[in-house]
Design a protein around this ligand. Structure first.
Ligand code: UGA
Length: 337
């Protein structure tokens, strides 16, 4: 098993500056794009718990089963502070939502391996064009902060680990190209029109509610149902997996940090493990062996990712607090409840 820990990460919040979002965020009106999705729905829930008012926008694309998105939004819709617009962000107009204090732009056409061929038009529409339209809207609406959900996919194969924000991004997938293009748009709108945009490069997010096309979701489901799992390549590729609540925390910190506008931050889980290593942990949790079928390496998949999160630690006070073992257990339990 390949489970490394990065010296500049840590699983303790004790030593860092105390996050001040708990005093700064209550009462704010937050716009969460992609509120019906995996990260967006977790984030909207937390913002409501903090005492924010939340407007969610989601166009309920059919990339995966829409009923999953209905399930994600059902508890949110019971909250008086939550409103949902079922609309396509590309068409956003002034009147849709007013007096927004904070924008959390989580919506995207996700999926690294699916972004080739005909499908690419969905990626340009939902990742690039939608972001540009939202930035134009933000230029007029002047929110206090605009947090953009970027991705470790912007790096590609850097040839060195851990990945640092200054590394030359060379995406390996069309998906990564669109996430990087949108990040550049955020920087342009910050430089030219003072849109207070900050980009968070998420490293493979997992946890309860993870999208069904992603590795952990597929592996856990297959283990429970006694089916074989498909592993692309040798399984020795590694990822810095990040628990969804740590991603939510990073968003809150980025919204509240006084000097974060115009910055880019890696947000990782603090350790790196191979896909085979994940499977070994899962077998322990399931108490049984899982059958594996090895398939060819998929175009667009980087061999390794590993985040240097020292910038986020120093400037945002970000510390990932859920270890992979804990997080995988929580996710596994969410399937068996
Ligand atoms: C994930 C998300 O899907 C992207 O949206 C996100 O932007 C990206 O993380 C990121 O961090 O930038 P990925 O790392 O490919 O992409 O996440 P998984 O789908 O969980 O795959 C992790 C690894 O498991 C990959 O090497 C993949 O090839 C492998 N895998 C996945 C399998 O071997 N079998 C599967 O059935 C699924």
């Amino acid at each position: 098993m390949n489970l490394n820990s990065c010296g500049n990460n840590g699983n303790s919040k004790k030593n860092g500056p105390k996050p001040d979002f708990e005093s700064r965020l209550p009462g704010k009106h937050c716009l969460v794009t992609g509120a019906a999705g995996f990260v967006g729905s977790h984030l909207a829930k937390r913002l409501l718990e903090l005492g924010c008012r939340v407007t969610g926008i989601d166009c309920f694309t059919d990339y995966y089963d829409r009923s999953i998105k209905d399930n994600n939004t059902a508890p949110l819709l019971k909250e008086p502070g939550f409103a949902l617009l079922r609309r396509d962000l590309v068409e956003i107009e002034d009147g849709w939502v007013k007096d927004v204090d904070l924008v959390f732009h989580q919506s995207a056409q996700a999926g690294v391996r699916a972004s080739w061929g005909e499908e690419f038009s969905h990626y340009t529409r939902h990742n690039v064009l939608a972001t540009q339209r939202l930035l134009e809207w933000a230029r007029q609406s002047k929110p206090e902060r605009f947090v953009y959900a970027s991705s470790s996919s912007v790096y590609g194969d850097t040839g060195k680990l851990p990945m640092q924000e200054e590394d030359l991004p060379r995406p390996m997938s069309p998906y990564g190209v669109t996430k990087l293009a949108a990040e550049h748009l955020c920087n342009l709108y910050h430089q030219n029109f003072a849109v207070p945009a900050v980009s968070l490069r998420y490293f493979t997010v997992y946890g309860p509610g993870q999208r069904p096309d992603m590795a952990f979701h597929r592996f856990i489901k297959a283990a429970i149902e006694g089916r074989e799992v498909l592993i692309y390549g040798t399984g020795e590729q590694t990822r810095d997996f990040t628990f969804v609540e740590d991603i939510v925390e990073a968003n809150l910190l980025a919204a509240a940090a006084p000097n974060a506008s115009g910055r880019v931050y890696n947000i990782g889980g603090g350790s790196r493990i191979s896909v085979n290593g994940v499977l070994a942990l899962l077998e322990k949790l399931a108490g049984k062996q899982v059958q594996v079928k090895y398939e060819p390496v998929q175009a667009g998949d980087p061999p390794h990712t590993f985040a240097d999160t020292s910038r986020a630690k120093k400037e945002l006070g970000f510390f990932p607090s859920t270890s992979l073992e804990e997080g995988l257990k929580l996710m596994y339990e969410s399937f068996t409840r």
